[in-house]
Design a protein around this ligand. Structure first.
Ligand code: PNW
Length: 464
């Protein structure tokens, strides 16, 4: 691959940045917001690496005008944000909190005034705590409560939002939330994790229908999946079988029901002994299988798996992985310990578009964490900034990977860099920085990084 080839993007390509409510908003006790499962999880000793929480985060709840101005300077045409469900329906019983809706109306209005299209995720992991007390995603009723919430948002915000994303990474909600407990609500029970998978699928389908019922064809409906690229250690049948098993539970449990209306029989067979699947009721798959206007894909790295040892790795978040060994990542690693393999993104896009040739795709997250340092440097706006050559290289290489897939025929309509800002990185607290713009958590100052400036240039050139 020639490194100096210049790759261009289509004229109507969407350039965006992404964040999520719990990771940036703060204002956890304002305007009638209720507790989410992440507020409660953060209060449990030992759960969050630096003992932190989302009470203040990046204070975007108050500072959104400044953040929108930064995006405008960056030249982005779209912002992927999520709505905090506990701001909208804070308490059991379902009463709507008008102050929560008003907040998002103001944010959306300012985005639109600045020519930035909102792409709104309804659920990026901040489940109202009262729903957890009733069983959370292991309880079927949560899917119905989600559909009610989706209808409220569509009605209240539908004049301002075209593209809606039902769920962000249900893989994390089900498997980190219920499989190994690394995310809220912190449960380790593979049977519950499989029930959560199904109820998240059901929530997607019921939510999509609720939005459609309210807004008809004015709405573009999507879901965001963190599809895994599992690389088998070798062509040995045991390694290939391990890859297949990981693919089934990572990817096929969502793609099958949502896009084809079925659970692959091999998923049922592999999960024998963990669940009797009685949570899958007649008619559910028709409810889940709804027309999708665009599929969101989050991509960070690849996974390396093997099956020759015959022993599964401990605390695999996914059920039925007893013969899947997680092997050390290969190649250069980011501060997350994730490997960098831009080719994996091209491969994934080609595979998904080969299987669903008519479906539009968008990259709803891609980015990298590094040990950033602030330098005094008058060439930055504000006289100081972060030189982050590794994040710049990651950004360029992954955008080139996207461009190659487009040139090979994949229907990729947009790219959202994760993230606009450094933010609360879940169980890792504030110890990992993904932003194109740095946040000084003492002063809430926003500080440009080279990567943010480079992204602005790429957007301007429409080429990398
Ligand atoms: C995604 N894993 O999270 C999320 O959508 C973002 O909110 C998050 O900040 C970003 O990626 C970076 O981590 C993930 O352990 C968190 O496999 C953990 C995993 C995957 C995705």
């Amino acid at each position: 691959m020639v490194n100096d080839e210049r790759l261009a993007f289509p004229e109507d390509f969407t350039w965006g940045t992404a964040t999520a409510s719990f990771q940036v908003e703060g204002a956890a006790y304002e305007d009638g917001r209720g507790d989410s499962i992440w507020d409660v999880y953060c209060r449990q000793p030992g759960r969050i690496a630096d003992g932190s929480n989302g009470d203040v985060a990046c204070d975007q709840y108050h500072r959104y005008p400044e953040d929108i101005a930064l995006m405008k300077q960056m030249g982005v045409g779209a912002y992927r944000l999520s709505v905090a469900w506990p701001r909208i329906v804070p308490q059991a019983g379902g009463a709507i909190n008008q102050a929560g809706l008003d907040h998002y109306r103001r944010v959306l209005d300012m985005l639109l005034e600045n020519g930035i299209k909102p792409v709104v995720t309804l659920y990026h992991w901040d489940l109202p705590q009262y729903l957890q007390e009733a069983g959370g995603w292991a309880n079927r009723d949560t899917a119905q409560r989600y559909a009610d919430y989706a209808a409220v948002l569509a009605k209240a915000l539908g004049d301002r939002v075209q593209t809606w994303t039902t769920l962000n990474e249900p893989w994390c909600s089900a498997y980190l939330g219920y499989g190994n407990g690394g995310h809220a609500p912190g449960i380790c029970d593979y049977g519950q994790a499989l029930a959560a998978v199904h109820h998240l699928n059901l929530a997607h389908g019921l939510g999509a229908q609720a939005i459609r019922a309210e807004l008809g064809d004015r709405a573009r409906i999507s879901v965001t999946l963190n599809l895994q690229v599992n690389r088998a250690d070798s062509d040995d049948p045991a390694d290939l079988a391990a890859k297949t098993r990981a693919d089934l539970f990572a990817n096929e449990v969502w793609l099958g029901p949502m896009l084809a209306g079925t659970y692959d029989q091999r998923i049922h067979d592999a999960a024998e002994g963990l669940t009797d699947w009685s949570f899958v009721r007649d008619g559910d798959l028709e409810q889940i299988h709804q027309p999708l206007d665009v599929l969101g894909i989050n991509y960070y790295s690849t996974n390396h798996v093997g099956g020759r040892s015959g022993a599964g790795s401990e605390r695999n978040p996914m059920p039925a992985q007893d013969m899947v060994e997680t092997l050390p990542p290969q190649g250069p690693l980011t501060a997350m310990g994730w490997n960098q393999e831009p080719q994996g993104l091209t491969d994934l896009l080609m595979e998904v578009s080969g299987r669903f040739p008519k479906l539009d795709l968008m990259i709803t997250e891609n980015g990298s964490a590094w040990e950033d340092q602030v330098s005094l440097d008058s060439s930055f706006p504000g006289g100081k900034g972060v030189h982050d050559p590794q994040r710049v290289a990651y950004l360029e290489e992954h955008l080139r990977a996207v461009a190659r897939a487009i040139h090979a025929g994949a229907r990729v309509t947009g790219y959202f860099a994760w993230s606009l800002l450094d933010n609360f990185e879940w169980a890792l607290g504030y110890t990992k920085r993904f932003g194109l713009i740095r946040v000084d958590y003492d002063t809430q100052e926003r500080i440009w990084k080279d990567s943010g400036l480079r992204y602005a240039q790429i957007i301007h050139d429409r080429a990398v």
